[in-house]
Structures are given as C-alpha cells and as structure tokens.
Ligand binder design. Structure first.
Ligand code: PMP
Length: 305
C-alpha cells in the first residue's frame, strides 16, 4: 500500500505517496497512543463530496483532547487537508484517513518530549463489507472478545490502540466463516461491531445501544436523524443478545460499512434472512443523501472542486 503513485498530506505539505514515511522508533507504533478518522467522499453531480467533514474533524480533535495530545494544526487546516488529499489524488470517490500520532522524538511513556504529527491520506475504497451484502446482508457472530471497559480504554476517542480489540474480534469471526463480529460490553449487553454501530428493529421501533463503550458514530447519528424524519420511533437503550435473535431487522452503520443489513447472528436467521423494509428505507435515504440525489441535507456535503 506504500508503493504507489499519489500524494499524502503530511504536517502541512503534500508529499509524494512513497515519501510519506516515518522512523521505526515512531512512538505511536510502539504504544498505540494516536487518534484517527475515517471519512468518505462520494461521487456526486457536482464532483466528489465529503460527507460530514466538520463533524469528523471535530471528533478527531475531541479524540486528541481525551488522550491529551495536541494537534499542531487548526480544524480548518485539517478540513482543507482532507479536501486537498482527495483533489491531489484525482479521486472521484474516496475513503479519507486523517491520523495524528506521536513521532520518534523520544521513547518514554511520559511523552513529554514528543511532537504530534498529522497525516491525511485518501484512496478509492469500495463497499467495506462487500457490494452484494448491501442488499443481501451479512452473517455475524457474537464475539468471545468483550468490548472495552470505559475506564480502561477511552471509548469516545477514536484511538489507534482501541483497534487491537476490534482486530481480535473481526479476525476470530472471519476464521469461523462469518463476515463480522458483534461485541458485547463488560456487562454482557450488545455494544457494536468491530468498526460499526449496531441497530435493530422490533415491532416498528428502531433500537440502538446507549453509548457506553461504543464509538459515537457519525453514521449512527445520521441514521437516527433520518429515522426521525421518516416518523420511525428511535430508542437508545441497553439491548441483550437474545433480543437480537428475535428482532425483525438488524443492521450495522459506519463510514466504511455505510448501512449494511445483518441477516444472521450466531446461526439464527434475522428477519427471514434478508434485508427488511425499515433497513431498506434508511439505507436508500442514506445513499440518496451521500451521493447528492436528495438535497435535503446538502449542508452535510463538502464539494471538492
Ligand atoms: N464503531 C467503531 C468501533 C468504529 O471504528 C466505527 C468507524 N469509525 C464506527 C463505530 C462507526 O463510526 P462512523 O459512523 O463515525 O464511521
């Protein structure tokens, strides 16, 4: 992935892709203390448009604040860096990855001599959980790995180190032949996927877990707003694993995963094993908005011209 043409924004400069390197003593590589974001730009009639850019940048700065890291750029500069990364690579649609990390200025855990560096990369990335699964839905397994405890990892932060837990879970699920993992929280309640928030529908009500150790997803927030507009009742509350077994519909949300139906959990078919009508409606609205066909939320799109 390092050996390709293109440009990566690195501490304020657009560097040729192959030259955007760090040293092997990069602090974040050793201890995982870093923060990142994932955004998408969609191809629209007006050109590539970044979805909810300001909210993602805000979350990047909030993540850094939680970890006590100081990003040496302004939110406006990071917004512009995301735009520049899409433009410099001539992308019509893109996945965008800002990351702030500690450099190789020292090794101690105090991190007092360290500088925070920031990169923004952008590349073409199709449907994360498979294009055909947007309609067909995915097969999910409850993970044997528990999601973070809120006082062990800082779950409001999209922090690099938090993803060790996600990788353990998704790799375990994949080895067992499933598409994705569903992680439970320390109390045994449904939390989220390895990189997605969770929703389910029962008796026409949309439920999503309260945010304890799940990430405060921007797609989650989008879906909650769209459901309200559609007159669908939304409740945030604790959800048990057995409730999911008997729900009418379930789906994951995330920038990479978008809106992906879940057709099976632990060998139990959900909603007859296919995408349900509420999922389909919300998914349709989501894609109409992000791809610029529905102008009702055009303020969520930042056109890269
Ligand atoms: N949970 C986790 C653990 C994630 O990594 C992501 C992806 N950022 C999400 C939820 C969904 O967040 P968003 O909708 O902001 O992409």
């Amino acid at each position: 992935f390092a050996d390709r043409d293109g440009y990566i924004w690195f501490d304020g400069e657009l560097l040729p892709w192959r030259d955007a390197q760090v040293h092997c003593l990069t602090h974040t590589l050793h201890y995982g203390m870093g923060v990142f974001e994932g955004l998408r730009a969609y191809a629209t009639e007006l050109g590539p448009a970044i979805f909810r850019l300001e909210e993602h940048t805000k979350r990047l700065f909030n993540s850094a604040k939680i970890l006590g890291m100081e990003i040496r750029h302004t939110p406006e500069q990071i917004n512009q860096a995301c735009i520049d990364a899409v433009r410099a690579n001539n992308l019509s649609s893109a996945y965008i990855r800002p990351m702030s990390f500690y450099g190789s200025e020292g090794m101690g855990l105090h991190a007092d001599s360290l500088k925070t560096h920031t990169i923004v990369a952008a590349w073409e990335w199709g449907a994360y959980l498979g294009a055909e699964n947007r309609e067909r839905g995915i097969r999910v397994q409850t993970s044997s790995f528990t999601r973070h405890h809120v006082n062990i990892a800082m779950c409001r932060a999209k922090a690099n180190g938090n993803y060790m837990n996600s990788m353990l879970a998704v790799q375990e699920a994949a080895r067992a032949g499933f598409d994705e993992a569903l992680l439970l929280d320390v109390d045994g309640f449904v939390c989220e996927g390895s990189g997605e928030n969770f929703f389910m529908v029962r008796n026409d009500v949309l439920y999503t877990p309260t945010l304890t150790s799940a990430l405060e997803g921007i797609t989650r927030d989008t879906i909650i707003q769209l459901a309200a507009e559609e007159g669908i009742e939304v409740q945030e509350r604790r959800i048990t694993r057995d409730e999911v077994y008997i729900c009418d519909e379930a789906f994951f949300t995330g920038t990479a995963a978008e809106v992906t139906p879940i057709r099976e959990l632990d060998g139990r078919s959900i909603g007859g094993g296919k995408r349900g009508p509420v999922t389909e409606k919300l998914q349709q609205r989501y894609f109409d908005i992000v791809e610029g066909r529905d102008p009702s939320h055009s303020y969520w799109l930042k056109v890269v011209d």
